[in-house]
Design a protein around this ligand. Structure first.
Ligand code: SF4
Length: 497
């Protein structure tokens, strides 16, 4: 099968989406992607048509007309971006320039393919090969794409000429560039990554659609498979934000809180933060495509910021001195820069005075809890999960992984329900509940992760509470069950309606 390099990132973010797009051919119309295609086409025509090129405006008009998702309003952007693209066709004297170079190579049984917008091969051996890719998106986020192109180019078209590659992402919409240099080590690492991705695709292809795991995120809203995807139950549910009256009452006077209550609010805070992050991800993806929104007197969306200034400190120093001022009153070393200097081996001992220590509200990783969880995970025997597969994770480890996922904020399964179910399991484990109880809690956790908050989920949770617990532990578990119910039921009702 032919596998496009650009699709490898899709596979990494959601294998099921890769399957939908590359095997089933399901893709949603995407104006942003079409604008990129039109821009590339205009730039290529400028290069190849020579005197026959009708001018940027006319070429853009013709290319925009080929895409039903685009309108006249896109022409200005296409012209602006194409003009920036063609600047990359200027050839240094010691390079051969090739445009729109299609590269292919076999990885296992599959043909990996990609097209470099610009490939410059050095005339003299020893110089790095150069690759430029025009990026028309609004999201400046380099991927592994050009590292893979570099690996392919060095192993196909430019074997003799170069051993290293200099790659550039030209963000033509934003007017920014990102450059990276790849030597033998990075290229070997890239080769390993490519092989791992392709062999994972190969293995999944042998297993059929079910072997491609779903990984829901804010990007589901733009997935052509969302209607059939089991993770979204055939309908993408953006998010259910709990109405204010559903939130637990927070006492105005902190003195009324016990430590136990404070820790519960801490857990709740993490759940809210994870939810806020999810809302942000969805809005970022939406506004990326449809433009900024207005809400509550604010405008939200991607906006151009003032370009940041990079001062030439030598000149600044000189200008301050010229004014008869003391430059050291105005120029200081930040702690980040100091750390960089220390990394370079500059000894800064005795060059600073200590400021006042500050006490600030801080949320950071609880290393002790993570260590306890890891210890418990390694000590516990492997058990069998709901679908019969071997599961080595214990409940504390699951709780830790849920917290980690909530930190990423990009996975719907890492919702507050999942976290509280993990905490529930942890309470059971700490109370010395029998293995049968823990297995039920673990199965409930798996169902929560999969978003299956149905009858079996509740049965498992309720039946997992064993007899013989102390009243305190029982009360703790009941409180956790109530929290799970409060968080889960509104979402389920919304799904059902
Ligand atoms: S809807 Fe989401 S989880 Fe399902 S395939 Fe698409 S991206 Fe993946």
């Amino acid at each position: 099968m032919e596998i496009r390099v650009t699709s490898l990132n899709t596979f990494e973010s959601c294998p099921r989406r890769w399957f939908a797009e590359n095997v089933l051919g399901l893709k949603l119309p995407n104006a942003a992607a079409d604008e990129g295609t039109a821009t590339h086409a205009v730039a290529e025509r400028w290069l190849k048509q020579g005197k026959g090129f009708p001018g940027f405006e006319q070429a853009a008009r013709e290319e925009v007309a080929k895409h039903p998702t685009l309108t006249e309003a896109n022409i200005t952007d296409v012209v602006r971006m194409a003009k920036r693209c063609v600047k990359n066709y200027e050839r240094p004297l010691d390079m051969e320039l090739h445009a729109e170079v299609r590269m292919t190579m076999f990885v296992g049984n599959h043909r990996l393919s990609g097209t470099a917008d610009v490939l410059m091969v050095p005339i003299f051996p020893g110089e790095p090969l150069r690759i430029i890719d025009f990026k028309t998106g609004r999201n400046r986020k380099p991927t592994r794409q050009l590292a893979v192109y570099a690996y392919m180019a060095l192993n196909t078209v430019a074997t003799q000429a170069a051993r290293e590659a200099l790659v550039r992402y030209d963000w033509v919409r934003l007017g920014e560039v990102d450059e990276f240099q790849y030597g033998p080590d990075e290229l070997a690492e890239t080769a390993d990554w490519v092989k791992a991705q392709v062999s994972a695709i190969d293995a999944a292809l042998r297993g059929g659609e079910e072997a491609f795991a779903c990984n829901p995120s804010g990007l589901c809203a733009y997935c052509g498979h969302a209607q059939q995807c089991p993770a979204t139950r055939g309908e993408y549910q953006p998010l259910q934000v709990a109405p204010a009256e559903d939130l637990p009452e927070i006492p105005q006077n902190p003195e009324l809180l016990t430590r136990e209550m404070a820790e519960k609010y801490g857990l709740q805070l993490l759940a809210w933060e994870a939810k806020v992050k999810q809302v942000e991800d969805v809005l970022k993806a939406w506004t990326e495509k449809h433009g900024a929104i207005r809400a509550g007197g604010k405008i939200m969306g991607k906006m151009e910021t003032e370009p940041s200034r990079k001062y030439n400190l030598k000149k600044v120093f000189q200008r301050i001195t010229d004014k008869g001022l003391d430059p050291f009153k105005y120029i200081s070393l930040t702690s980040t820069e100091a750390k960089k200097l220390e990394k370079e081996g500059v000894d800064l001992d005795g060059t600073f005075t200590l400021g006042k220590a500050q006490c600030r509200w801080t949320v950071k990783k609880d290393d002790a809890a993570a260590a306890t969880a890891a210890e418990a995970a390694s000590a516990a025997p492997a058990t069998v999960g709901t679908s019969g597969e071997r599961v080595d994770a214990t409940l504390p480890a699951l709780a830790a992984s849920a917290q980690q996922e909530s930190g990423k904020g990009n996975n719907q399964t890492a919702s507050s329900v999942v976290q509280v179910v993990a905490a529930f399991g942890q309470t059971l484990k700490q109370a010395g509940a029998p293995e049968g109880s823990l297995t039920m809690a673990r199965q409930a956790y798996r169902l929560a992760e999969a978003g299956k908050l149905e009858e079996t989920f509740w049965d498992l949770l309720n039946n997992s509470v064993p007899d013989g617990l102390t009243p305190e532990v029982r009360a703790e578990l009941v409180a956790q069950l109530e929290t799970i119910e409060r968080l889960a039921v509104p979402a389920e009702m919304a799904r059902a309606s």
